[in-house]
Design a protein around this ligand. Sequence first.
Ligand code: IMP
Ligand code: MG
Length: 176
Amino acid sequence: MIRILDKNFEISITKEKIQESVKALAEKLNKDYNGKCPIVVCILNGAFVFAADLVRELTFQPEIQFAKFSSYDGMQSTGEVTEILGVNENVKGRDVIIVEDIVDTGITLKSILPKFHERGAASVKIACLLQKPEKLQVDLTVDYCAMQIPNDFIVGYGLDYDGYGRNYPDIYVFRP
Ligand code: IMP
Ligand code: MG
């Protein structure tokens, strides 16, 4: 058990299991992007740990960029997505891989994808660490997903509760 602010969390996915599934996801990307130079866009803040581990397993040559959007307030998705930091790089004609920590309602990614298509990306794919399939609210294809989880609130490995908990190497689940 760990305590973050006013809430208790218990261990859910160990760092060993996480590393194993990140490597398996990287292998799929290595097959599909062999010989290509896609732009890998790490979605801040949550994906920073996952992206750091993932890109170090890649055998093709990615160009790494960062973007930041916001939709979460505490433990609730607000449904509104605001762009805080955009990708400056020219994406025209480029393959883009969006690296996200978790797909929950899917609203964030659904609103991010057109931004890359509008700017002429050759292809745009999603690679996420986690997905909560039960909570998906929009029509979204998640191309690469390391692990699927039930509809629980989690922290650790980059994911936060009100800004805290991102530093844990394991993933913890909220226990009321
Ligand atoms: P969506 O737009 O509802 O898919 O929200 C995706 C974003 O919400 C993710 O990038 C996370 O930052 C955040 N999020 C969703 N579920 C969780 C969770 O269980 N813990 C922490 N952050 C989460
Ligand atoms: Mg996020």
